[in-house]
Design a protein around this ligand. Structure first.
Ligand code: NDP
Length: 250
């Protein structure tokens, strides 16, 4: 991780679960980290929980990634305050309990696409433009995808509704962005990490009741994978990393 010491990483969805674990891990490993989320009080709690020396390297900012202007303003703030970010962990994501065939579901369907797909697009565009302005060509964009971005899991009694399609879009976007980075002659890397079930707030009681024996990963397991992917040598780009808990049946 030597080359990332004191360089800036932005982590979206930092107020719980995988994003929180990534913030803790990256700050502990010497990066300057900006954690974004809508629940500012949770970000403040996370900052307070860190050792004092790490608190100084952890910045928080309220940002709803589904609102394009908030993302633009946030990355402008990172540029002005911290000189710009070189690593982005696109982690913010939501799963709504619904069905495509259910009446009055438009708000839920839109929210999933706006967060999981367009939030990833706005954040990646803004960090790329910032890096281009600063002549940074060795950055890294990571996205927390899902096994549901490659194959639709069958969950008895539940529909993955817009969630699985949003993650399939993430899989496609990673390759589109890889090609754009190549055309723009940057060495900045892009990596999709696709976990199976992780023990976070997104796996609610209803899912647990429907899948009582579901083996679960820990958020820290995914944070480890993010660190592993960003510390690879300059010629190595992990395109897709799938992580399943042992015993997964999907
Ligand atoms: P959590 O629900 O614990 O965390 C989701 C995070 O996303 C929260 O910090 C939440 O913060 C943030 N978030 C949601 N919407 C927005 C928004 N519009 N703008 C900014 N932040 C937002 O779940 P996980 O940690 O599990 O989820 C993280 C990622 O991992 C997601 O992309 C998810 O799809 C993916 N994933 C999770 C799996 C699992 O089994 N847990 C499996 C595979 C992938 P706040 O509400 O404060 O804004």
């Amino acid at each position: 991780m030597d080359r990332w010491q004191n360089r800036v990483a932005v982590v979206t969805g930092a107020s719980s679960g995988i994003g929180e674990a990534c913030c803790k891990d990256l700050v502990a490993k010497g990066l300057i980290v900006v954690g974004l989320a809508r629940r500012e009080e949770r970000l403040t709690q996370l900052k307070k929980s860190l050792p004092a020396d790490q608190q100084a390297r952890f910045h928080i900012r309220k940002c709803d990634v589904s609102v394009e202007q908030q993302v633009v303003d946030t990355f402008a703030w990172v540029d002005e305050t911290l000189g710009g970010a070189d690593v982005l962990v696109n982690n913010a994501g939501i799963l709504r309990e619904s069905e495509i065939t259910k009446a009055n579901n438009s708000a839920d369907m839109r929210a999933v696409l706006d967060t999981n797909v367009l939030g990833f697009v706005w954040c990646t565009r803004e960090i790329f433009l910032s890096q281009e302005k600063r002549n940074v060509t060795d950055g890294h964009v990571v996205v927390i995808n899902s096994i549901a971005g490659h194959k639709i899991p069958i969950v008895p009694g539940l529909s993955t509704n817009m969630y699985a399609p949003s993650k399939f879009a993430v899989t496609a976007l990673v390759e589109v962005l890889r090609q754009e980075f190549l055309q723009k002659k940057t060495q900045t890397k892009i990596t999709s990490i696709s976990p199976g079930a992780v023990d976070t707030e997104i796996i609610d009681d209803k899912i647990k009741a429907n899948l009582p024996d579901l083996p679960l990963l820990r958020s820290e397991d995914i944070a480890d994978a993010v660190s592993y992917c960003i510390q690879t040598p300059p010629n190595v780009q992990i395109h897709e990393l799938t992580i399943k808990p042992v015993g997964e049946m999907f």
